[in-house]
Design a protein around this ligand. Structure first.
Ligand code: GDP
Ligand code: MG
Length: 188
């Protein structure tokens, strides 16, 4: 259907997508691919770590604001504030781990639990991302483990390689589709 304004936050729907995950897993790499894909499209750099782009998925446009704000270089106290803020403002979340780093996979689970606690009543789209799939020989987390984790946590799952740009478009398109599924089910 063509009905709009399911989200009162903007006349044209704009969705905030927050990247979560340990240091070094590839959040900024994924964000910059998002920011750079299809240079001809209108996109701009809002702040240091926030990128806005309009994607056409299944013939419909959706604007995503991707926030790579989870990690800060500031004092610990600020970081706590920023992280609380990140947990509150997302319309969708990308929880990233590295397939070469088991502890980052464990952190991803903790983040999922934290998010569920903070945004309890809401059915927010979450995608678990196993990045660095190109580093085959350094793999510590099997694809099946990632997939099983996503089933337990009731979220989507994808493995990506920011280095090879593999599955990165698919990741952001997947987010758009997840957002629409929830929007459309609210309308009916
Ligand atoms: P962040 O701390 O989560 O923002 O991670 P970064 O995006 O800064 O990436 C950390 C390091 O991992 C950098 O040296 C990246 O070049 C590297 N990296 C990120 N994604 C990949 C990937 O998919 N494959 C490989 N081989 N390296 C990656
Ligand atoms: Mg970073």
């Amino acid at each position: 259907s063509d009905s709009e304004e399911s989200d009162s936050s903007g006349a044209e729907c704009l969705y905030r997508v927050v990247l979560l995950g340990d240091h070094g897993v590839g959040k900024s790499s994924l964000a910059s691919i998002f920011a750079g894909i299809q240079e001809k499209d209108a996109h701009h750099h809002i702040g240091e770590d926030t990128y806005e782009r309009t994607l056409t998925v299944d013939g419909e446009e959706t604007t995503l604001v991707v926030m790579d704000t989870w990690e800060t270089e500031k004092q610990e106290e600020d970081e706590k504030w920023v992280q609380d803020y990140c947990m509150q403002v997302g319309n969708a979340y990308v929880i990233v781990y590295s397939i070469t780093d088991r502890s980052s996979f464990e952190s991803a689970s903790e983040l999922r639990i934290q998010l569920r606690r903070i945004r309890q009543a809401e059915n927010i789209p979450i995608i678990l991302v196993g990045n660095k799939s190109d580093l085959v020989r350094c793999r510590e987390v099997a694809v099946e483990e990632g997939r099983a984790c996503a089933v337990v946590f009731d979220c989507k799952f994808i493995e990506t390689s920011a280095s090879l740009h593999h599955n990165v478009h698919e990741l952001f398109e997947g987010i758009v589709r997840q957002i629409r599924l929830r929007r459309d089910s609210k309308e009916t």
